[in-house]
Design a protein. Sequence first.
Length: 60
Amino acid sequence: MPQKQSADNKSSEISTEITEYIKKLELQLLVLNKILLKNNSLISKNEKIQDNPDSSKSHK
């Protein structure tokens, strides 16, 4: 029985490590998603300015 308990403990330990790793990856994805959204917003603004360069001067 001690071997089974040891295996169960090891399995539980590995499961905990995987869960923590996944949580870290989820946080990284949230940060990347925010960066991409901001980037898309900036690209959009830039395209509008390029489409209508005169309007960009009036906003300054």
